[in-house]
Design a protein around this ligand. Structure first.
Ligand code: G3P
Length: 218
């Protein structure tokens, strides 16, 4: 399972990249706004930190402008995944980019039907938003189960299931149980994965007992 971080905060990205566990980065217009930085230099900076896919989202909603933006974004680096919305225009851009060998992340997916369209359009990643479905009283993980099952029926679909809008560690564990390819989540949720009170308690005991031995490994 690949771990992407869903942030435009380059300090956080550097910190997580140093763990060696980070496989990529996803951004969106809201995260860019939060960063307070200029978009193009920001994506250039992120691409200099991580070698894996860096999702950079188009801003336009019409095909012509979206295509021009996508063409500009993909020239930033080979590992930019152009992020497009799951709309007719977005999927048209997706198909053209994919045919030309550019990675595309299709975002704002809320149904299995939409995920089928994205796979047919050659998306490298489909981003179903589990947290936002949970927020409106649906079970976000059911969508992941459906997409994973459907994609498995068609080995010619190369699209990876990128679980997005993750709010807690159980979203990640359940995504892994279902065989999702990638998760993207805020830095805070990645850090939560390390936590267990019995780990802290057990380590405190081991440290204490080791001191009592009076020994040193080095
Ligand atoms: O970047 C897409 C997705 O992860 C957004 O998550 O928390 O804004 O629903 P959220």
């Amino acid at each position: 399972m690949k771990f992407f971080v869903d942030t435009a905060d380059t300090n956080e990205i550097r910190d997580l990249a140093a763990t060696g566990l980070l496989d990529g980065v996803t951004t969106n217009p809201s995260l860019v706004l939060k960063s307070g930085k200029n978009f193009i230099p920001l994506i250039e900076e992120i691409c200099g930190i991580v070698d894996g896919p860096v999702s950079a989202e188009v801003a336009a909603t019409d095909y012509e402008t979206m295509w021009k933006e996508a063409d500009k974004l993909r020239q930033i680096a080979d590992h930019v995944a152009v992020k497009v919305p799951l709309t007719p225009a977005g999927l048209k851009v997706c198909k053209k980019l994919s045919d030309e060998g550019t990675m595309v992340n299709v975002t704002l997916c809320f149904s299995a039907a939409q995920a089928i369209l994205a796979a047919k359009a050659g998306a490298a990643f489909i981003s179903p938003f589990v947290g936002r479905l949970d927020d409106v009283g649906e079970e976000g993980m059911n969508l992941i189960a459906d997409i994973v099952e459907i994609y498995a029926n068609y080995p010619n679909f190369q699209t990876e299931v990128l679980v997005a809008s993750i709010r807690n560690p159980m979203h990640i564990v359940n995504s892994a149980k279902l065989g999702a390819d990638v998760i993207t989540c805020p830095p805070s949720v990645i850090r939560q994965l390390y936590q267990h009170p019995l780990t802290d308690k057990g380590l405190a005991n081991f440290v204490e007992d080791w001191k009592k031995t009076g020994q040193s490994i080095l």
